[in-house]
Design a protein around this ligand. Structure first.
Ligand code: OAD
Length: 252
């Protein structure tokens, strides 16, 4: 049984606004690799070779191919018990915003009503010249022909709709994330190492702005010393148990 406090259950049971920051760890139980764990993506691959615009312009086929592979992994994956618990929590609080660093679309597929994507969404692609959305089938066909994928309108290179190193986060998403954090009575940080900014400052800001802040992670993170409460364990165990406890508290 995961170990969380009565205070957290009480706060969640009475909260008006809940914000949840998620990272790659919440999708680990769906079979999607994280970045910084042993065997994580950044252990196997060099971000400098794959996740920045210079790398893309040097070798678009390599970068498009790597993102196509990752897209196929997420398309074959399913939301897990952790994603589903965040959806279920919506029935118990008036407003719940999921702020995610993940690009895997799994919170949308779990049907959370407010999903703020800070780092984009790997299932979408767009032309880096004219910015039109380009369907994945165009990327797939070009890669199968051994060509870089290009825009059908202007012939510009097609890129995944994700934030690369050195790029700004989508300003609207960041504004929404800041607003959700400011409003939150309870803030949960789930499955993130909390070392990549600006996302990592949200749990800190939440605490400064008066929210009760808890994290869910099997290991210590960049915000373990900041949060009120650190719940050690996998999200797929902890979050369903937390929702059950909130349900029991509200029914009591
Ligand atoms: P990380 O790989 O840095 O951290 C994953 C976290 O998930 C670690 O703290 C693990 O302990 C934890 N974890 C592993 N399994 C878990 C489970 N079953 N339940 C809960 N937690 C678990 O991933 P992020 O924090 O998401 O950015 O990384 C942040 C950003 O760094 C990513 O969005 C990506 C990367 O560079 C971009 O690509 C822009």
């Amino acid at each position: 049984m995961p170990d969380f406090s009565d205070t957290l259950v009480d706060r969640l049971a009475q909260a008006e606004h809940v914000a949840v920051l998620t990272g790659a760890g919440i999708s680990a139980e769906s079979g999607i690799p994280t970045f910084r764990d042993p065997d994580g993506l950044w252990d196997e691959f060099d971000p400098q070779e794959l996740a920045n615009v210079e790398a893309f312009l040097d070798n678009p086929e390599l970068v498009q191919g790597w993102y196509r592979h990752r897209r196929q992994v997420v398309e074959d994956a399913e939301p897990n018990a952790g994603h589903r618990a965040l959806r279920a929590l919506e029935a118990h609080v008036p407003s719940l915003a999921v702020v995610t660093q993940n690009v895997d679309d799994l919170h949308n597929r779990a049907e959370n009503s407010t999903v703020i994507e800070l780092h984009g969404n790997i299932t979408d692609n767009y032309c880096r010249d004219c910015e039109r959305t380009v369907g994945a089938e165009i990327v797939d066909a070009a890669i199968q022909d051994g060509e870089p994928a290009r825009c059908p309108d202007c012939d510009g290179l097609v890129r995944p709709d994700v934030v690369w190193f050195g790029e700004m986060l989508p300003p609207a998403a960041m504004e929404q994330a800041d607003a959700a954090t400011e409003r939150a009575d309870v803030f949960l940080s789930v499955g993130t190492s909390a070392v990549v900014y600006p996302a990592a400052r949200l749990p800190v800001a939440a605490r400064e702005q008066g929210a009760y802040v808890a994290e869910v992670n099997p290991d210590a993170t960049g915000v373990t010393d900041t949060v009120h409460e650190s719940i050690q364990g996998p999200a797929g165990d902890v979050l369903p148990a937390l929702v059950d406890a909130v349900t029991a508290r509200q029914d009591a």
